[in-house]
Each structure stands twice: as C-alpha cells, then as structure tokens.
Design a protein around this ligand. Structure first.
Ligand code: PMV
Length: 340
C-alpha cells in the first residue's frame, strides 16, 4: 500500500499543515459500537468515498496558544462540538509528545447545513492535517484508526474509491482499507436534499441507542452476509447486486433506529416519497437504488448513462431542494496551504 506522503510545513513559531478529504456514502452502515469509548463499530461496513463533498482543514499547533480554537465554515465552535475536536487533537498531541494547542480552520465545499454530514470528511482531514503538522510518521492504516476515534465513518474517508471498514477486538484492529480505487467503477450517487435542518439526534448519540433495539443483533448478523454480497458485487461490477445489498442495509439500519428507545425516526414524508419513486423507476427498468444515512435526505445510486435523466426526475419531485451528483473520489491528502 502506498504510504500517504506527509509534508510538515513548520516555521519556528508553529507546526502547521493542511489536508483535504471527501465525504463517503456507506453501502453497508456503521450503526452502533462494539466499544463506545473507542468508537469501534459493531460491524464491518463498505463505502464509496465521494468527489463532490470535500473538507479542507488547516491545523496550526502554536507554543503560546492557551487553548484550541476551531473554526468551521467561518463559525467558531463552542461547547461539545469544540470539545470533540479538542479531544481528537489530544490523541495526536499525545502521540507526538507536543503539548501545544492548535488553531484549526476548516472549510467544506458544500454549504454548512446542506443536510450533508461533514463528520467523515471533517475528521479525516483533521487527522491527516494534524498528523502532518506534528510530523507523525503514520501509515494510512494508522491514520484510519486515528480518524475513527473522531468519527467512525471518517476512518473510511482516509482512502479513495471503494473502502471496507473493519470492526476489531482492539483499537488498532478497527481500520479501513481500500478495496478498489475511484476508477474501478463509475457509479453515481445522487444526493437528494429534502431538508437542510441540523438533525435532532446526532449520529454519535444514535450509535449509543442501537443496542436498545431488539433488531440490532439481527442486523449485525445479517450485515456480515450483505458485506459478502457487496464484495462479490464490487469484484464483478454487478450493479443490481450492489444496489439490493445497499437498500437492504439502509432499511435494516432505519428499522434499528425506529425501534430504539427512544425511537429515532429520521425520515420525512419526502423521504418515503423518494423511496417509492426509486422503486417505480426501477420497475421501469432504470438501475436506481436508494440508501439513507442518519437524516431524511436520500442517496440514489445509479450508473452514468442514467444520471442526468434521474437527476432531472428527482429534482422535479415536491419538496426536493437540490440534487448533488457525485462519483467515486480520491482519499485524503496533504495539500499546499490555501492561498499559497
Ligand atoms: O461516523 P458517524 O458517527 O457520523 O456515523 C455514521 C453513521 C451513518 O452515516 C448513518 C452510517 C455510515 O456508516 O456512514
């Protein structure tokens, strides 16, 4: 595996680096932890890193800084959101033996509150930028393990293309690995935005509720088989097999969410209408399959020849605010500082 190149760009007064990472869409989901403190997922998951929704993050560790200052899309983080990032920086500081606090500036190329989760791309970019700034010599696998501690799905965004996240008995065993690069298969993910509202229950809290559902264990057992089907579908580029496995696990995950205590219902009426529309389009012979994360927006998976037609069709449905067309994209990388 090619090592991710790390370019520490330091001056006497600070240790600084910038990294970029893309979001990813899970075909089988991470929902629920085997170890909540370490964010070790209950099951393996398979995803596609996307080219369209990316985060660029600069981390600068400074010797005279009294506390971490984190800005995301121009907004200063406070409270638990700030604590979560700060705690993640602590993991990097401990590794490097550098106690300096940091200034973090993070920008998403999609509007904040677009209804697209930024935690995967955000924690992947933060981990890589922070490690590069501190000059840590980490393999991609090590970076993936560290990114997972910030957000489980971020472990997958370290890599481009088609990615498998392993659960594991120990911290270092729960890492993502690339299965195929972004050029392996040109599949499309049309992100259908029906709500830009912040979710009422963030996924970090949702994961903790998963074991309260009677369906959780059954889902975890079933996902093992769905992952086998997905790996086979990817190897053979069998789109129908990929789509069926992805739809089944999206429905299983939402069944777990709905039957948790308290119950989590992330869907809106528009979500259900979109599921029905995708099913109707498929009955007409169009290869379209849905998957849904912890929110009401729907990802429609399709093949390039159908993407424009589908995008127009979905855009015209009542309540649809935007359709963002994505394809498989690259993994996280260190980049020159913005403006340099
Ligand atoms: O990485 P987190 O804690 O935001 O959890 C991701 C949860 C889902 O997006 C619903 C599923 C997944 O595997 O990406």
């Amino acid at each position: 595996m090619e090592a991710i190149r790390v370019y520490p760009d330091s001056s006497m007064s600070e240790l600084r680096a910038t990294a970029e990472a893309g979001a990813n869409i899970a075909l089988t989901k991470y929902w629920g932890n085997a170890d909540p403190d370490l964010r070790i997922p209950a099951n393996d998951s398979v995803s596609i890193t996307l080219d369209c929704t990316r985060t660029v993050t600069t981390v600068a560790f400074q010797p005279d800084r009294p506390e971490d200052e984190i800005t995301v899309d121009g907004r200063l983080l406070t409270g638990p959101a700030r604590e979560r990032v700060s705690h993640h920086l602590d993991l990097l500081r401990e590794r490097a033996g550098v106690p300096w606090r940091a200034r973090v500036v993070s920008r998403n190329n999609f509007p904040a509150g677009a209804g697209i989760a930024a935690s995967a791309s955000g924690f992947a970019a933060l981990t890589l930028a922070g490690a590069a700034a501190l000059g840590l010599d980490l393999s991609p696998r090590d970076l993936s393990v560290l990114a997972r501690r910030g957000s489980g799905s971020a472990a997958r965004s370290i890599f481009g293309g088609f990615v498998l996240l392993h659960t594991g008995a120990r911290d270092e065993d729960a890492f993502a690995e690339p299965l195929y690069g972004p050029d392996w298969w040109d599949v499309r993910d049309l992100i259908v935005v029906v709500s830009r509202a912040e979710k009422a229950v963030p996924s970090s809290e949702g994961h903790l509720l998963a074991p309260t559902s009677a369906l959780h264990r059954a889902r975890v057992a079933r996902v093992a088989e769905l992952n086998r089907q997905l790996l086979d579908a990817l190897a053979r580029r069998d789109f129908a097999a990929l789509g069926h496995a992805a739809e089944e696990d999206a429905l299983l995950m939402h069944a777990v969410m709905m039957t948790s205590r308290p119950s989590l219902i992330y869907w809106l009426p528009e979500t259900v209408a979109l599921i029905r529309r995708v099913q109707a389009l498929r009955a007409e012979g169009i290869p379209a399959y849905f998957t849904i994360d912890a929110g009401p927006n729907v990802h429609v998976l399709t093949l390039p020849a159908y993407a424009d037609h589908l995008q127009a069709d979905l855009r015209a449905l009542p309540g649809v605010q935007a359709v963002i067309s994505c394809r498989p994209g690259p993994g996280a990388s260190v980049i020159p500082h913005p403006g340099e």
